[in-house]
Design a protein around this ligand. Structure first.
Ligand code: FAD
Length: 516
């Protein structure tokens, strides 16, 4: 049996992988995780995507237990500020798009000759977020149908199996270091062996497969499968096995970030249940509200901005609360390994690949990768078919997210600096260029989204197209022959539902304060 797993790296990727494999295979696998006491983790990665609820459910973890331990909050959307023009904002929520007579509600919204915001008219969540509310009532009950439609039935399915069928109405935001600590406890309680040491050398056998890892103080570690969670270093996969890294920087030029962890009294400030991405002259700033502090950072392209200027802009954006906070400057490796699984090594997390965190997809990639790893786990032999299926699935998701992020820049109306003007002339992936032409005539649907990429639902693409404002889109001409009364009723139902929820849901801060 191939049942001895060695994981190198104790960041979010390492501990998520160790915990998930233990939950999936229990004592039928032997897992050792080695993490350096000298090399720090990347120190960011606090906002997630809505699939993350499956991860915690799979581990059997309850929100009331792990959320307070990780200063966690709910996230209902990404809020994009100033991407169209100063002062404008819109939400990309985690909420299913309703359809009427087979057409998405946004299509009907376009037909009306819209005068108001698409996100407020077509989704309930936008108003819930504006009001700073929790998606659960104080007794823990979730808001009712259809916004959590099918969620419970979807438990137990892998992400790829439920893609496109439902989106959960929320994701989480948490302190990455606290989550790693929580998962360390979870995994070691279930038998994962933890070693704090530096891997100094990766030994290869005659075939070029990993035979062992030489550590500073624990001798040589041997195993069957080696999982590279060493972050941007890619120590096992990229360095030792020399697996090439495919850069995405020709289409996504942001390669740097500066981050601050700003203490904040949330009782006074409240918690906006979303992650905000505010456009800047040479990139954008994220704001992630947690219980007790805000995580914030400026993602930029160093071809357009120096690290000093980026830090100055970020500090001015945050204000005096950040005066004594030390900045964390990060160089980002944007792209993916050609194959994330090569020989007896699988890379997960930043070692596998990464795109800028505009849609909080780093942890989504990790979750997706470990679900695929469980599905294609070698167990008895190194059948290359399973390895290839794994590599295809991982590459497909990352390439798809890359395209989705490029869409944000192409569709943003902003052109006031060289950085933003260049987003309109830079090369874009061919398949996106093709689909953009289709979407100008017909809003994204499963025909034009899913054959290429099974990651994000059509309404995500619609939200970005309609919110960013730089691309003219039109309603389907067929709507002119269709009865609009049902659409009117749907809009009215959303208005009623919104009013009822805004009147009854608790403030997000109150919900978490009660949990603690
Ligand atoms: P790391 O955190 O870098 O961990 C690497 C580990 O490897 C460490 O434990 C280190 O000690 C160990 N190590 C390295 N070398 C050795 C060695 N020789 N011997 C032993 N151990 C070794 N994702 C999201 O989902 N949402 C976000 O909002 C988000 N924001 C981000 C913002 C920025 C600026 C960046 C750069 C990333 C962001 N991400 C985000 C991605 C997210 O941070 C990562 O996906 C996540 O933290 C996983 O990192 P990791 O565990 O792969 O690597």
């Amino acid at each position: 049996m191939l049942d001895r797993v060695v994981i190198v790296g104790g960041g979010t990727a390492g501990w998520m992988t160790a915990s998930y494999l233990k939950a999936a295979f229990e004592d039928r696998v032997d897992i050792t995780l080695v993490e350096s006491g000298n090399i720090s983790t990347v120190g960011v990665g606090e906002a997630t995507f809505s699939d993350i609820r499956h991860f915690f459910e799979f581990l059997g973890l309850k929100e009331k237990d792990w959320m307070p331990a990780c200063n966690a909050t709910y996230k209902l959307a990404v809020r994009f500020e100033d991407w169209r023009e100063p002062g404008h904002y819109f939400y990309h929520p985690f909420e299913q798009m309703r359809s009427v007579n087979g057409f998405p509600l946004t299509d009907w919204w376009l037909k009306q000759g819209p005068t108001s915001r698409f996100d407020k008219d077509c989704f309930v969540m936008a108003s819930v977020i504006d009001a700073g509310l929790s998606p659960r009532h104080l007794d823990g009950a979730l808001i009712d149908q259809p916004f959590d439609e099918g969620a419970d039935e979807m438990q137990g399915l892998t992400m790829s199996e439920h893609q496109g069928k439902t989106q959960f109405p929320y994701a989480y935001q948490f302190e990455a270091a606290l989550l790693a600590k929580y998962l360390t406890q979870y995994a070691t309680d279930r038998g994962v062996k933890r070693i704090v040491d530096d891997v100094q050398d990766v030994r290869l056998d005659d075939r070029g497969w990993i035979s062992g890892l030489r550590t500073a103080e624990h001798g040589e570690l041997t195993g069957d499968l080696f999982i590279d969670c060493t972050g941007f270093r890619g120590l096992l996969l990229n360095k030792a096995l020399e697996e090439p890294f495919i850069s995405y920087q020709d289409t996504l030029p942001n390669d740097s970030a500066v981050a601050l962890q700003v203490p904040m009294d949330m009782a006074k400030r409240g918690v906006l249940p979303c992650t905000t991405a505010t456009a800047q002259d040479a990139g954008w700033i994220w704001t992630i509200p947690l219980m007790g502090r805000v995580g914030t950072g400026y993602v930029y392209a160093k071809d357009y901005l120096s690290p000093e200027e980026a830090e100055r802009t970020l500090r001015a954006f945050v204000g005096p609360a950040a005066a004594d906070v030390e900045a964390n400057h990060i160089r980002m490796r944007i792209g993916r390994s050609r194959n994330s699984w090569s020989r007896n090594c699988v890379a997960v997390g930043l070692a596998s690949g990464f795109v800028e965190p505009l849609e909080s997809t780093g942890i989504f990639f990790i979750h997706h990768a470990i679900e695929q790893l469980v599905k294609y786990f070698p167990a008895q032999d190194w059948n290359p078919v399973r390895r290839d299926l794994y590599n295809r699935a991982v590459a497909h998701v990352m390439d798809g997210v890359r395209e989705f992020l490029v869409l944000h820049y192409v569709a943003a109306k902003r052109t006031d600096t060289q950085y933003w003007r260049d987003t309109k002339t830079r090369k874009i992936p061919d398949s996106l260029a093709e689909r953009l032409e289709l979407w100008k005539a017909q809003l994204p649907d499963s025909e034009t989204v899913f054959p290429y990429y099974h990651g994000l639902p059509p309404y995500s693409y619609m939200s970005v197209l309609l919110g960013m404002g730089g691309i003219e889109v039109a309603h389907s001409p067929a709507l002119d022959l269709s009865d609009g009364a049902a659409a009117e009723r749907e809009f009215a139902q959303i208005r009623e539902k919104t009013e009822r929820l805004v009147a009854t849901l608790p403030k997000a801060y109150d919900y978490f304060a009660r949990m603690r």
